[in-house]
Ligand binder design. Structure first.
Ligand SMILES: Cc1ncc(COP(=O)(O)O)c(C=O)c1O
Length: 377
């Protein structure tokens, strides 16, 4: 079936008990058992819940994977993947990742005993050179947050899978979504999401997801999901399921709006540098076009005038809200160095303080451009 059909129906047959077209919110912590240890597939809602099961099946179908797992946040999903490894293991990660991911790696997992190397993952030679006999994981974001660099998923998969240490390749697919890019089909072992963003799509829920194909890997991750317990509640699963139904339509419009705004910003005298994966100025536009269906809804740009100018513009838009997060129907603006990526300040991953990140929403593009025009003036 096609993506549009799967996004509405995968994992969500009409409710067998009532015929309800929408998956019910099974707001229950436990399930009656027919005899001791004899249950109907569910025993306790940390372990499994029918609303969550529907979401997990839908996420797996959309990513073109066998198994989906839902988590209480994108960070919980990331944490579950990293818990697969033991002290002494090594991870190669891209040097432009979400600030919270960097914080988890450096402030919790390095003291625990994992070792991390950060490389420019747009350069596959750097990824290859960083692999060691104890490398167990290659962690990529593409497009990266916030610089929107593109990493070659197929290239990274070939490098990882031909290395003697056989590291897994995990791709944080939050920015692209499976509508624009499917990492598992390009050779990744794991796709990760903050479902808080485009998958939920309406800025009303925090969640995360992990999708994989290998049954043994899925078993380990499902064990961690239950043992650690960072699971989403049924209401949150319902909200993500509802968001997924319009994902293809929303992504088409996010991309169309962002393309027009990128064109507008590229020629603006106050803008020193525009970054958008499908803009002709992007150094990796060909790779972006190969592995993504369209450019997505995220734009980054650097203003002439540095940090002060960035702060003033971000505080001057009226329609575009000054807020962290991204991927909702409404447009958001932020200054990563002072907001989402504050945890990377004074680190090798520090972000240009003059950079602005824009999450282009679904408003009429002329209204968005008018708002930017006023703020830039
Ligand atoms: C690329 C990326 N990955 C992961 C996360 C973490 O997700 P959450 O905020 O749902 O924990 C974020 C959050 O902004 C993100 O942008």
């Amino acid at each position: 079936m096609h993506f549009e059909t799967l996004s509405i129906h995968a994992g969500q047959p009409p409710d067998p008990a009532t015929g309800a077209v929408m998956t019910p919110i099974y707001q229950t912590s436990t399930y009656v058992q027919d005899g001791v240890g004899r249950h109907r597939g569910y025993e306790y809602s940390r372990t499994g819940n029918p609303t969550r099961a529907a979401l997990e099946a839908c996420l797996a179908a959309l990513e073109g994977g066998q198994y989906g797992l839902a988590f209480s946040s994108g960070m919980a999903a990331t944490d579950a993947v990293l818990r697969l490894f033991s002290p002494g293991d090594h991870v190669v990660a891209g040097n432009d990742v979400y600030g919270g991911t960097y914080r988890l790696f450096e402030r919790l997992l390095r003291p625990y005993g994992l070792d991390f190397s950060y490389v420019d993952a747009t350069d596959m030679d750097q990824v290859k050179a960083a692999l060691r006999p104890n490398t167990r994981l290659v962690w990529l974001e593409t497009p990266t947050n916030p610089l929107l660099s593109i990493c070659d998923i197929r290239g990274a998969s070939e490098i990882a899978h031909s290395h003697p240490s056989q590291p897994l390749l995990a791709v944080d697919n939050t920015f692209a979504t499976p509508y624009l890019q499917r990492p598992l089909e390009l050779g990744a072992d794991i796709a990760i999401h903050s479902t808080t963003k485009y998958l939920g799509g309406h800025s009303d829920v925090v969640g995360g997801a992990v999708v994989a194909n290998d049954p043994a890997l899925h078993q380990q991750l499902a064990f961690l999901q239950n043992a650690v317990g960072a699971v989403p509640g049924p209401m949150d699963c319902f909200l993500v399921l509802r968001g997924l139904k319009t994902l293809p339509l929303r992504m088409e419009r996010h991309s169309a709006n962002a393309e027009k705004i990128a064109e507008y910003l590229a020629t603006h005298t106050r803008v020193a540098r525009l970054i958008y994966p499908f803009h002709t100025s992007h150094p990796q536009i060909e790779l972006a076009r190969r592995q993504m269906h369209s450019g997505g809804g995220m734009i980054s740009f650097v203003l002439r005038g540095g940090a002060l100018a960035a702060r003033r513009v971000a505080e001057s838009t009226r329609l575009i809200a000054l807020a962290e997060s991204l991927g909702g129907v409404e447009s958001l603006i932020e200054v990563p160095a002072a907001m989402t990526h504050a945890s990377t300040v004074n680190s090798p991953l520090a972000v240009d303080p003059g950079l602005i990140r824009l999450s282009v929403g679904l408003e009429h593009v002329d209204d968005l451009i008018e708002d930017l025009e006023r703020a830039l003036a």
